[in-house]
Design a protein around this ligand. Structure first.
Ligand code: B12
Ligand code: SF4
Length: 442
């Protein structure tokens, strides 16, 4: 079979005022450009599992949009899904089905709402794709696709295939992704990441992670790699030998992690030496209000909140940039939170800041709670699940206060002056001294 793998790409927001602002704010534009061009690791992973003589063709939905008709010549089309762009995924699926091409839909949104997705597909896949993909291929070839394939979240990552990075036109991407773990022990109420696929935290054997990195290096000698882990450094003992191996491979990399890395100087040193450029940390709230009850299992972030400032300083002192992420509109946030984020960013000299709106993605405990409480706005308008549009009634703020606060804070944080200052300050105060120390050590 010739299989078309269609990835949902690009960055989304509906709020026209925010879009207008975004286009003119240097800090915002820069970050959007960096992350917008990431390929779908999920689809590349499935391609890696697809045996010959099947042939896979990887397509970005952004490229299809410019065509009059979607690319043809496929015997099967597989489309990935995020909530924000699901309407486009469904429209494309409908188009292919109208042409008589069977369509299989999978990914995070489909996993959360398989019934809705089934109206637009010959088959839907709920959960991790790997364990069911061989059956999907076999059934599609026999013309007997089942309506739904389910995996149970227990796929052992030591069986992971090498993602088929060779399918990509590498000129289009400034980073490639590698995943070393799925799940996260903290279970935040709003989390819509791989926890939806794998409720249990699990890791890929280090040698497999290194094999993926080496595969990328064979195609792109000095790559920039983004770890697609939800929370990379949960298990520091796993990472230390892996990072030692990574040193000398000429890779620069980025990861999402929790704050606990600041407690481990040895780990921070290994991260720096192995090419870590930046870590993105979900600090969520600069004030303690909003953090209590955020995780379903423990108040981990609330307990760590007093360490936030010291932690940022220690991580950055290793020459590793910190991108601090704040979720605005958590229960308990008042309009004072906007100034608090600004002050935190300036005082801690964060290299970068990400501000998003709390978002009830379907399939999350937050969505269920806000629905029970009658606080959902625009329920079912999934295109608003962008992390920048408001879909619920915050408490105790009003929707208008939250929207205005986001806009105003965006202007203050991502304007020319502060964006420039953050970078220069980091380079002068943290990066250059860290490099000098590294040179002295070696
Ligand atoms: C990389 C990334 C991106 C890349 C995506 C590149 C791409 N084309 O896939 C880019 C930068 C484009 C991106 C954009 C957005 N993202 Co993003 N992104 C991520 C990130 C960091 C990693 C995702 C990843 O690679 N996972 C690893 C792979 C292996 O998992 P997977 O894709 O889920 O695939 C597995 C299964 O789902 C399944 N599967 C997936 N697709 C298919 C298809 C078929 C046919 C089958 C059978 C199976 C299958 O099999 C795979 C293997 O098991 C996550 C955060 C995180 N740490 O997880 C956020 C995340 C996915 N993003 C998120 C969001 C909100 C967005 C944006 C809306 C942001 C915005 N405002 O624009 C947009 C989405 C717009 C759009 N295009 O639809 C949310 C999604 C929540 C949700 N449930 O929808 C996440 C979880 C982050 C968060 N804060 O919650 N993102
Ligand atoms: S810490 Fe991050 S990855 Fe882990 S559950 Fe919370 S939001 Fe999800």
């Amino acid at each position: 079979m010739r299989i078309g793998l269609v990835a949902m790409s690009g960055i989304r927001a509906c709020d026209p005022e925010l879009l207008r602002l975004g286009l003119t704010l240097p800090g915002f534009v820069e970050r959007s450009k960096t992350i917008a061009s990431l390929p779908s690791l999920g689809l590349l992973t499935l391609a890696g599992l697809t045996p010959a003589p099947h042939e896979c063709v990887y397509v970005e939905v952004e490229d299809i949009r410019q065509l009059e008709r979607p690319p043809d010549g496929f015997d099967l089309v597989a489309i990935s899904s995020f909530s924000a762009q699901i309407a486009e995924a469904y429209a494309l699926a409908d188009q292919y089905r109208a042409l008589g091409v069977p369509v299989v839909l999978g990914g995070l949104h489909v996993t959360a709402l398989p019934g809705e997705a089934a109206r637009h597909a010959d088959a839907v896949v709920v959960g991790e794709g790997e364990p069911v993909w061989p059956a999907v291929l076999q059934d599609a070839e026999a013309g007997q696709l089942q309506p739904c394939y389910r995996s149970n979240g227990r796929y052992p990552l030591d069986q992971s295939p090498l993602p088929a990075f060779e399918l990509l036109d590498l000129a289009k991407y400034n980073r490639l992704t590698v995943q070393a773990s799925r799940g996260c022990p903290w279970h935040c109420e709003f989390c819509a990441s791989s926890i939806l696929l794998s409720p249990h935290y699990k890791q890929k054997p280090a040698e497999r992670v290194l094999a993926e990195i080496d595969r990328i290096r064979s195609l792109w000698p000095r790559p920039f790699i983004e770890l697609a882990d939800d929370n990379a450094f949960v298990n520091k003992r796993y990472w230390k030998p892996l990072l030692s191996e990574l040193r000398g491979r000429h890779v620069r990399w980025f990861a999402e992690t929790d704050l606990s890395i600041h407690e481990d100087e040895e780990l921070l040193g290994l991260m720096r030496d192995s090419g870590c450029a930046e870590v993105l940390i979900g600090l969520e709230s600069p004030v303690a209000d909003g953090l209590a009850g955020l995780e379903l299992r423990s108040d981990w972030k609330r307990k760590r909140w007093p360490e936030y400032r010291e932690a940022v300083a220690r991580i950055q002192s290793h020459g590793i940039r910190v991108n601090g992420c704040f979720v605005l509109g958590l229960d308990g946030h008042t309009p004072a939170v906007f100034d608090a984020v600004y002050e935190f960013a300036v005082e801690t000299e964060l290299f970068d800041v990400q501000i998003t709106i709390q978002t009830p993605f379907p399939g999350t405990p937050l969505y269920d709670r806000l629905r029970r409480e009658g606080r959902l706005l625009y329920d079912g308008q999934w295109e608003r699940c962008t992390l920048f549009d408001i879909n619920y009634r915050p408490q105790p703020m009003t929707v208008e206060e939250l929207r205005a606060g986001l806009h105003d804070l965006g202007v203050r944080l991502y304007g020319e002056e502060l964006t420039q200052w953050r970078k220069e300050n980091f380079n002068r105060k943290y990066l250059r001294p860290a490099r000098r120390a590294e040179e002295a050590e070696s």
